[in-house]
Design a protein around this ligand. Structure first.
Ligand code: NAD
Length: 487
């Protein structure tokens, strides 16, 4: 199955922070893969702009070694790489000073799309925005891409939005949440809104509950300083998990168009109930053998930041009233897995007698990683004589299998998102009011922990988190899905 690639229009993409980890690990390799796919036009230019004293040659060498490290071997075509590298250049520039801005102004061409990618710490966003305006580098068709974290709380997110709003129109601002660039996440909308099968059942009448899990095996070593100030709530729940929840819970937008989709997501966030303390379990991984504890990893023996959180959340609207959403995320858990499970209710009456104790009923599992795909569990008769025994079997659709070659080659989220920026499509980017609404929901929860001096519960590494997280579901007769990389 050949994929259809439509080249985007010529562009100048400036990566502020072009020598940083994100630029070298994600942005440049993603651009190369789009170049290889024929989507990046030969007239495109990528300008790395950062503080380091480099010239274009040295920057190209840096990019080349990043491609060698972060692009799969079968995709490294020496001729293509050489042609791609030619598109890169470097300007030494200081976001907080005047160095480099005139050179940047000279390097930018007229008549092509300008993209300014803020791949720097959020402390520099305001400086960059002001200098772009001061030097008149942004035009009516420019795009500005900002990375997470978008604020630390409602107040800081508002301040950031206000700075950006002073310099650019909202339709020029692309707030990245890379979860939205994942193929399965987009597929979630197609599965819901392009099939008749699911949408009639997608409500409190037929859905018992929903589980969203983002589990990692890694600890926080290496990002300890940032993480200890954030914790799982700010790092995962307020942004990525909130976005997944919105896509599951939202009403059908009238069109698959940026503001129509974002309006519906915003309504979901605004319909979220405050979460009482008894619906939240926070945890922190303990030491196990040679594996250091969370507190050792972050170098803070008194830290009360959570590396795990499980919560029961309610969306108070007509569609979802009475159907809980269970969110769970953590570091140092059993497996690396991100998935959404929609657990349907039992049929109203069983004509086959009593249910089996472990009968799980119909369940749709949407897997984001690893091996993106979906599974629908259906109940059938266990084969053979011996009466009417029921069993569940999966109707499995791993995208890699279903889509053949193209499925095995699902593009990285950044590839999709960067091309969307150039196409001017904001559907998969967060709008300012969405981000603020998500903070408005998260802030009182965090403030509650601080006021009460809540301590997270210790949990053993490579398990399922604290026992109490299991209780969060057991108390209503439900249970979490096993944290496992098997679908
Ligand atoms: P990094 O520390 O590796 O890189 C920072 C870059 O900013 C460097 O190129 C540096 O030269 C440049 N810089 C610093 N001060 C500057 C100044 N005054 N003027 C011009 N350039 C300056 O950071 P990173 O990991 O690449 O992250 C960049 C942003 O992306 C951050 O906001 C981060 O939170 C976000 N982010 C990163 C990742 C990731 O995987 N690395 C993932 C999601 C979000």
């Amino acid at each position: 199955m050949a994929s259809r690639v439509i080249p985007v229009k010529p562009f100048d993409l400036v990566i502020f922070g072009g020598t940083g980890d994100l630029a070298l690990r994600k942005i440049i390799p993603s651009l190369y893969r789009r170049f290889l796919a024929g989507q990046m036009p030969p007239q495109a230019r990528v300008i790395g702009a950062a503080r380091r004293d480099l010239d274009t040659e040295a920057y190209r060498r840096m990019a080349l070694s990043a491609l060698e490290e972060f692009v799969a071997e079968e995709k490294r075509d020496p001729e293509k790489i050489a042609a791609f590298i030619e598109m890169l250049s470097y300007i030494r520039l200081d976001a907080r000073g005047e160095t480099g801005w005139n050179e940047l102004a000279e390097a930018l061409r007229e008549g092509v799309i300008r993209v300014f990618y803020f791949s720097v710490g959020p402390g520099l966003f305001a400086d960059l925005a002001r200098r772009l305006v001061k030097h008149r580098l942004n035009d009516a068709d420019s795009r500005v891409v900002v990375e997470k974290p978008f604020g630390h709380d409602l107040e800081s997110a508002r301040a950031l939005n206000a700075v950006l709003a002073k310099c650019f129109d909202e339709h020029h601002i692309y707030r990245i949440d890379h979860y939205l660039g994942k193929e399965t996440v987009q597929n979630l909308m197609v599965v819901r809104f392009a099939n008749t099968l699911f949408e009639p059942l997608w409500n409190a009448q037929y859905v018992d509950h929903i589980q969203i899990t983002v589990a990692e095996t890694v600890g926080v070593a290496g990002r300890g300083e940032y993480y200890d100030r954030a914790g799982a709530m700010r790092d995962m729940v307020q942004n990525h998990m909130m976005q997944l929840l919105c896509l599951i819970a939202m009403e059908p937008p009238s069109l698959f168009e940026a503001d129509a989709v974002r309006d519906e997501k915003l309504k979901v966030i605004r319909a979220l109930d405050p979460v009482p303390p008894e619906n939240i379990v926070r945890g922190q991984y303990a030491r196990k053998g040679d594996i250091p504890s969370y507190r050792e990893d972050v170098g803070n023996p008194e830290s009360t930041t959570e590396s795990f959180i499980a919560m029961e959340v309610h969306v108070s609207n007509w569609r979802w009233s009475g159907t809980p959403f269970y969110l769970r995320t953590g570091k140092r858990l059993k497996a690396r897995v991100s998935e959404i499970a929609v657990i349907f209710k039992e049929p109203p009456h069983s004509i086959f007698g009593r249910r089996l104790p472990n009968h799980a009923g119909n369940m749709l599992v949407i897997r984001l990683q690893p091996n993106e795909g979906m599974v629908l569990n259906v109940t059938i008769k266990e084969p053979g004589p011996g009466g009417m025994r029921l069993m569940e079997v999966p109707l499995d659709m791993s995208f890699a299998e279903a889509l053949g070659e193209n499925g095995a080659d699902i593009p990285d989220a950044y590839e999709r998102l960067i091309m969307d920026v150039i196409r001017g499509n904001q559907t998969l980017f967060m709008r300012g009011d969405e981000v603020e609404a998500a903070w408005a929901w998260a802030d009182p929860i965090i403030a509650g922990w601080e006021e009460r001096g809540d301590e997270p519960l210790p949990y053993e590494p490579f398990g399922s988190g604290p026992e109490d997280a299991l209780m969060l579901m057991h108390r209503s007769g439900r249970r979490w899905r096993e944290i496992s990389d098997e679908l």
